[in-house]
Ligand binder design. Structure first.
Ligand SMILES: Cc1cc2nc3c(=O)[nH]c(=O)nc-3n(C[C@H](O)[C@H](O)[C@H](O)COP(=O)(O)OP(=O)(O)OC[C@H]3O[C@@H](n4cnc5c(N)ncnc54)[C@H](O)[C@@H]3O)c2cc1C
Length: 393
């Protein structure tokens, strides 16, 4: 039988050749006028922000470029973490927003893919297309840093789980379609061994979500109450009792891919800040240089982590380094804007001033969310550097 030359599809070229993918993405972004809609816009509310960015998700999905980096079985075109990293880099370099939904996806998507491929196949395509998004419901009023102490309970009842309790600080919970919840299925004493990850639809009877306003006034966070919420056992992400393992897998993406994505946005914002400054005050060049160095340091570290994740390596506790560098860069950038734009930053009533002010407030949280800076330093000391335990004098 004659065999012809195998057909190489365009998708295959881009999944195999990262440089070709980057060039094609760059060419698309520079030639697509529709993307102007998402260049540096300030949104009056979280709800408006998420709705507009859902439209950006849809645009990037329809063009195909956001489908690289995700497997075909879950609505993608193949490729790996590096494809996603390149997309964020190119959007930011062109001054286009990276969709807010993409930040949640980087946190939650890989864990759902890895531990619940059937759920990923069912729901990830709609996520990529901007038709739905998910939130992370781990923290509780008495369990943040100490996640192994969480109490929100899931009780097995034949082929369902019945969930009762409370979560707090759930980012974008009020607009999300589904919650990825870390729940207690064992006894409280079983600590991290008695935890289970379950995906819960926000419109399930008994789920109540109330917004929590940030210092900027934006309703980005939320508290979630579960009152005997019945969830099919098919919504398990991983096995019962495997929740801690799933959470640790997830946290390396939350800390590392999120850091890369945020670093690309920080590079863009530093450039925009420089363009806003007609002249620099004394010491301004040094401050800009220090900030630039922090962002480049973060990107250098983060690029290495992205390569490791793409190679299937477990980054584990080392992702805490990326998280600390991210907080340093974000706080430095926003303090710099406050100091170099003093009048505009404090008293300007236009969208640019409002944007910098809101983001300055948000940057204060960068040493808390996703695990506090103190806890990250503890992880690095104990589990990366293996330093001896402190002894009391
Ligand atoms: C903007 C924002 C968004 C968030 N989004 C989400 C989300 O989407 N989903 C979610 O589940 N959670 C979210 N969180 C919650 C976040 O993960 C927790 O706030 C964080 O883990 C800290 O927990 P905590 O607030 O309970 O503080 P605590 O754990 O009570 O910590 C209080 C203080 O004690 C310190 N501390 C605690 N333990 C130690 C230790 N072992 N060593 C040294 N110092 C320690 C901490 O560093 C901190 O300074 C978000 C938080 C913020 C601010």
């Amino acid at each position: 039988m004659m065999t012809g030359t195998p057909v190489v599809t365009e998708q295959q070229i881009f999944t195999d050749d990262l440089w070709a993918y980057r060039q094609a993405v760059r060419s698309y972004i520079s030639s697509e006028p529709a993307l102007q809609r998402w260049c540096g816009t300030h949104y009056p509310s979280t709800e408006a922000h998420m709705a507009e960015h859902a439209a950006l998700m849809a645009q990037l999905f329809a063009s195909g470029w956001s489908r690289y980096g995700w497997p075909q079985a879950a609505g993608g075109f193949g490729g790996d973490e590096r494809h996603r990293a390149v997309l964020y880099d190119e959007l930011s370099a062109a001054g286009v927003d990276v969709p807010e939904q993409q930040m949640l996806l980087e946190t939650l998507g890989p864990a759902v893919l890895h531990y619940a491929p059937a759920l990923a196949a069912e729901f990830l395509p709609a996520y990529l297309a901007g038709e739905e998004w998910w939130s992370q419901s781990f923290s509780e009023p008495d369990a943040g840093s100490d996640l192994a102490g969480l109490r929100c309970r899931a009780r097995r009842d034949r082929d369902t789980y019945v969930v009762s309790g409370q979560k707090i600080w759930t980012s974008h919970g009020a607009t999300a379609r589904r919650l990825i919840c870390l729940l207690r299925t064992g006894t409280l004493e079983s600590r991290h061994r008695g935890l289970t990850m379950i995906m819960i639809d926000t419109d399930t009877p008994g789920v109540q979500i109330g917004p929590i306003a940030l210092a900027s006034g934006q309703n980005e966070l939320s508290e979630v109450f579960f009152d005997d919420v019945v969830v099919p056992a098919s919504r398990l992400v991983g096995a019962e009792g495997q929740g801690w393992q799933v959470a640790m897998f997830l946290l390396q993406f939350e800390r590392a891919m999120y850091a890369w994505l945020s670093a690309t946005v920080a590079s863009r914002k530093l450039r925009e800040l420089r363009e806003l400054l007609a002249e620099l005050p004394d010491g301004g060049v040094r401050r800009l240089g220090e900030c630039y160095t922090d962002i480049v340091t973060l990107k250098a570290r983060s690029a290495q982590t992205v390569r490791r994740l793409a190679a299937g390596e477990a980054v584990g506790p080392e992702a805490s380094v990326d998280k600390i560098l991210l907080a340093t860069a974000e706080i430095g950038l926003h303090d710099l804007a406050r100091d170099l734009l003093p009048t505009e930053f404090l008293f300007g009533d236009g969208p640019v001033a409002a944007h910098w002010r809101d983001d300055w407030w948000y940057s204060r949280a960068s040493t808390i969310m996703g695990g506090s800076a103190e806890v990250q330093r503890g992880i690095i000391a104990d589990r990366v550097l293996c330093l001896p335990k402190e002894t009391s004098a």
